[in-house]
Design a binder for this molecule. Structure first.
Ligand SMILES: [Zn+2]
Length: 550
């Protein structure tokens, strides 16, 4: 009785002292439950930061304690990047920027500049080189890096995260000599350490301090919110990352919602089971991330047939079928969702087979995830849906990789490459992301690539394998509802609907009325999470003083 009276009192209190906020005059665009774009003109946000109701065209404005005029601008639900590396993005932003270099000479110049500007940095760690983008078209060497910086260790990671190059000071600190042999699953070539061989050098790198980790997370959140990303499938979350997320949550500094997939079954020693949602649905330990193979760029992707441009290699198989099954089953038995990196067609076939077996044991409702699903034998695509397997894919990998994929596979093995439309047509679920910092976290070039199969400059004309293009509705769905479903969060995020969080963004154009080129250049103006503005595009104030120098 007392309980009922209290509950009634609470109910009266909220209805009389309501502090609902009305957002009105919006050009609202989202994807409805049947997968089509649905328009809205506004919505009401409750005290708790959740959507109370959504308004369609012509509906009268309800009364609310406060009101926000969207000014006719376009409003979208907050975007979900289903696969990104959160602290890596922050660290990458705080380290020398070597992404987008066009030659080894340019890489060397950026390293010299960074070293001169950061004399106190004892180990220079960089990320993002890609020999495919260099005029030399060759891997960097220890001598190349020594020529730029030789007074302290330098370790630079390739854009795909599967290979590193080290200078002499780093090799010396790591005790690596010409006689050092690569372990199984790895390779060493003249200062480049691939996959399992990386640890020979990386074990010598001093661990970042807690302060540096907190700084990286803060930087990462700022970048993500600026691109309209309000939720992330946080992939390969290390135990240190998880503790960083917890510190931020405890201190009220988590803004982006993180669905964490912890790195490997060894993480289960620290986090033995999935957690509930924490900090107002800002953080959850959702799953375990596994790897079935390497990446295509460094020819570590495990293929059914040899590489067209390296006929004696089929890439790197990380685990036997039995080992892969055991790893995935260990995670699943503890209640975790399993998310497995698979790039090559052999790796994809292996993990599909593993998930098929686990679906028989645990049911298809476990939402098994394959991360990347890049190069797939078309005969394997129809196996996804019956086993409840989600393809977690990154549209900008297609535009970045297409020439490399053609070189690695030859023209006749591309039918199942980056095959978004084939995935949807097979009845399977799709979730989109960027794999940041492998690609820029900006979702709009991804949406544009998804509908055009073209890069930011419109290449190639007509789109690469254009039969795999998606409609805008399908692409936006994969970036909103698809990402929510892939993280068991469809009841909370992915759409502005009653009971879900008021996570939304205001952008500078209507994405349904512009071409792919313009869609890719969409700018986010404001980002809101749980009904609060957490990011706003800085207004550029014209310089009052004349520019000094030239
Ligand atoms: Zn990744």
């Amino acid at each position: 009785m007392i309980r009922t009276a209290l509950a009634l009192g609470a109910l009266l209190l909220t209805s009389t002292a309501s502090a609902d906020t009305l957002v009105y005059n919006a050009n609202g665009i989202q994807v409805d439950g049947s997968g089509n774009v649905a328009r809205f003109t506004g919505f009401v946000i409750g005290n708790d930061g959740k959507v109370v109701r959504v308004l369609g065209a012509g509906e009268p404005r309800p009364k609310a304690a406060s009101a926000i005029d969207a000014g006719g601008r376009t409003v979208l639900p907050g975007l979900i990047d289903a696969h990104g590396h959160v602290t890596d993005l922050g660290f990458a932003a705080l380290r020398p920027d070597i992404t987008g270099t066009r030659s080894i000479a340019e890489l060397q110049q950026r390293l010299r500049d960074y070293a001169a500007a950061n004399p106190k940095v004892t180990w220079i760690l960089g990320y993002g080189w890609n020999q495919e983008s260099w005029t030399e078209k060759r891997f960097p060497t220890t001598a190349d890096i020594d020529a730029a910086v030789s007074d302290r260790p330098v370790v630079l990671e390739r854009v795909d995260g599967h290979a590193i190059v080290a200078n002499s000071a780093a090799l010396k600190a790591a005790g690596v000599t010409a006689a050092t042999k690569a372990p199984a699953g790895g390779e060493i070539h003249d200062g480049v350490f691939v996959d399992a061989a990386r640890s020979l050098v990386e074990n010598a790198i001093p661990k970042p301090t807690l302060e540096q980790q907190d700084e990286a997370l803060a930087k990462s959140q700022e970048i993500l919110l600026g691109y309209g990303v309000t939720s992330v499938g946080s992939m390969s979350t290390s135990v240190a990352d998880w503790q960083t997320f917890r510190r931020a949550g405890d201190a009220g500094r988590l803004k982006v919602r993180l669905m964490s997939y912890l790195s490997g079954t060894e993480s289960m020693k620290a986090v033995p089971h999935p957690t509930d949602w924490l900090y107002g649905d800002r953080l959850r330990a959702a799953g375990i991330k596994l790897f079935a193979d390497g990446a295509l760029g460094s020819r570590g992707a495990w293929l059914k047939q040899p590489y067209a441009d390296m006929p004696d290699s089929r890439g790197l198989q990380f685990h036997s079928d039995a080992e892969m099954l055991k790893l995935a089953d260990t995670a699943a038995a503890a209640g975790f969702q399993v998310a497995t990196h698979a790039i090559g067609d052999a790796a994809n076939a292996q993990i599909i087979g593993v998930y098929e077996q686990l679906s028989k044991k645990y049911g298809a409702g476990r939402r098994w995830r394959i991360e990347h699903f890049q190069i797939v034998d078309p005969v394997d695509i129809p196996r996804l849906a019956p086993a409840g397997i989600i393809a977690s894919m990154q549209p900008t990998h297609q535009t970045s990789d297409r020439l490399m994929a053609e070189a690695r596979l030859g023209p006749n093995r591309l039918a199942g490459a980056y095959a978004w439309e084939s995935v949807l047509k097979s009845g399977a679920r799709l979730a989109f992301g960027t794999d940041f910092p492998v690609e820029n976290p900006n979702p709009f070039p991804g949406l544009a690539a998804a509908i055009s199969r073209q890069d930011m400059s419109g290449q190639p004309p007509g789109g690469w394998i254009p039969s795999e293009r998606l409609t805008f509705d399908q692409a936006l769905a994969a970036y909103t509802r698809g990402g929510a479903y892939a993280g068991f969060a469809e009841g909370k995020i992915g759409a502005l609907e009653p009971g879900k969080w008021a996570d939304f963004i205001i952008v500078d154009r209507d994405p349904t009325t512009v071409d792919a080129q313009a869609l890719a250049r969409t700018q986010v103006l404001e980002t809101w999470v749980a009904g609060r503005k957490v990011w706003e595009r800085p207004t550029i104030v014209p310089a009052a003083q004349p520019e000094r120098g030239k």
